[in-house]
Design a protein around this ligand. Structure first.
Ligand code: PGA
Length: 254
């Protein structure tokens, strides 16, 4: 079953805007066939509770966009995995490139976040990907190997098989520039090789690998179907349910 993750980022600025989103999302969901896909909406933390309460469908799960690595205590402004889980969410994005860029997050911190997510029964969606400079210098593979080995340190094979990876080249996020399907396939093969080395083939086969970065309905063949990805992570196009469901419908049919 393919996974389609919507990352709403820091949007839906009022309860009114959020409620309009619910209405439009629910209408699209009702009108669409979604039997072959799992949708995950990663919403601003402040809206987690309302989303888990208002969107009740087995095709749609809710997730956070980040969590802190400690479960509780004096960490002003942070949101913990037990809090997210207690609101009914099932997923959390971890290590998104915007967290790395604006908040200096590292793969070592992602490692702690992945562990606390799994402990609280949240599925981590761990984001990896190279910057434009790293790609131009031919360092993309090395960067991704490091992002994975640091984030998976001390993770058992049972735990690893539950983690979702999103390959999100930093130069593609928010830019409208996307890699070719061959470039995506190359990274998918690299990721699978890393996981075969770390955990063996049966576990490597269970780890889902998504593509993320400027995903749009007209690009689904290129970024998902042709390279054989397990799904997509969608940013801007998830903000308008009608556009998001164009993606859902295409993937559901394939
Ligand atoms: P985008 O964002 O689809 O708007 O490029 C993707 C992401 O940040 O996950």
């Amino acid at each position: 079953m393919k996974l389609i993750v919507g990352n709403l980022k820091m949007n839906l600025l009022s309860t009114a805007e959020r409620d309009r989103y619910f209405e439009s999302f629910k209408k699209e969901l009702k009108d669409s066939k979604v039997g072959n896909v799992q949708i995950v909406l990663c919403v601003p933390s402040i809206h987690l509770e309302s989303f888990t309460k208002k969107i009740k469908s087995k095709s749609v799960e809710i997730g956070s966009q980040n969590i802190f690595w400690e479960e509780k205590g004096s960490y002003t402004g942070e949101i913990s995995a037990p809090m997210v889980a207690s609101l009914g969410a099932q997923y959390s994005i971890i290590g998104h490139s915007e967290r790395r860029r604006y908040f200096g997050e590292t793969s070592a911190q992602a490692n702690m976040k992945i562990k606390v997510a799994l402990k609280n029964k949240l599925t981590p969606i761990y984001c990896v990907g190279e910057t434009k400079e790293e790609k131009e210098n031919g360092d993309a593979a090395q960067v991704i190997i490091q992002q994975i080995s640091e984030a998976f340190a001390g993770i058992s094979s049972t735990q690893a098989s539950k983690i979702v990876i999103a390959y999100e080249p930093v130069w593609s996020v928010g830019s409208d520039i996307v890699p070719s399907s061959d470039e995506i396939l190359e990274i998918k093969i690299l990721l699978k090789k890393i996981f075969v080395e770390l955990y063996g083939l049966p576990v490597a086969e269970k780890i889902s690998v998504l593509y993320g970065g400027s995903v749009k309905s007209e690009l689904i063949n290129q970024v998902c179907i042709e390279p054989g990805m397990d799904g997509v992570l969608v940013g801007r196009e998830s903000l308008v349910p009608r556009d998001f469901f164009k993606i859902v419908k295409i993937i559901n049919k394939n």
